[in-house]
Design a protein around this ligand. Structure first.
Ligand SMILES: Cc1cc2nc3c(=O)[nH]c(=O)nc-3n(C[C@H](O)[C@H](O)[C@H](O)COP(=O)(O)O)c2cc1C
Length: 198
């Protein structure tokens, strides 16, 4: 493959990634989960302080212990969570060690989360970044030592849904149609770009 084709491939992977909340119950090989963490390992880090560590969960009992602490798709009413046969099959939990020593850790964690989701998409794996977490419960459920804080959770699995993008008209709220397809409004490029002048 030539360089240009490779570049376009990465761009298309970035464009095709959507937050996936319904998953096939098929195992993700540990080698692929490690690749995702490796992508995050090499992400930019403020002052190169590298305060992040990554807790990979793929055992069924532990996945349940993560799942019970998560809040899903807040705009969907009535309250919605993935059905028992469509839950994530793995999670990567982004941890920050000694957060008080690093004022930039949220940016590092956000970039790491993005890298993980893009690495997942490149493997055909769906992902969803979650910040609505009962962090205290999750920390206890997984015996995470107290010098770490939980930043976010990335839910993972092979996709059992394919959300579609809509032009944002008057609401940012995503919705599910009668066939259960998720529609996600996005602002247009023209609306958000300022070229040489405001
Ligand atoms: C910082 C952050 C926190 C998020 N937290 C949650 C969450 O707790 N639960 C959830 O279902 N989705 C969560 N999402 C996913 C967003 O709802 C999703 O990115 C947004 O609707 C746009 O859809 P897209 O990712 O498919 O482009 C979060 C995304 C980000 C970036």
């Amino acid at each position: 493959m030539n360089k240009k084709a490779e570049k376009n491939e990465i761009y298309n992977i970035i464009l095709s990634r959507r937050s996936i909340r319904r998953f096939q119950q098929k195992k993700i090989p540990m080698s692929i989960l490690k690749k995702m963490v490796n992508a995050a390992r090499l992400a930019p880090s403020a002052a190169n302080l590298q305060p992040l560590e990554f807790f990979v969960v793929n055992k069924k009992e532990l996945c349940s212990k993560v799942f019970e602490t998560l809040g899903w798709a807040g705009y969907i009413k009535p309250k919605w969570t993935p059905a028992a046969n469509e839950r994530p099959v793995a999670y990567i939990i982004i941890l920050v060690k000694n957060p008080n020593k690093n004022p930039w850790y949220i940016r590092d964690a956000s970039i790491a989360a993005a890298y993980i989701t893009i690495a997942a998409e490149s493997e055909g794996i769906g992902s969803c970044i979650l910040c609505k977490i009962d962090k205290e419960k999750l920390q206890k459920n997984l015996d995470i030592p107290e010098e770490y804080i939980i930043d976010s959770v990335i839910a993972l699995g092979y996709k059992a849904e394919q959300p579609v993008i809509e032009k944002l008209v008057d609401s940012v709220e995503y919705w599910r149609d009668k066939k259960d397809v998720l529609h996600v409004p996005k602002r247009s490029l023209d609306e958000i770009i300022h070229i040489n002048k405001f």
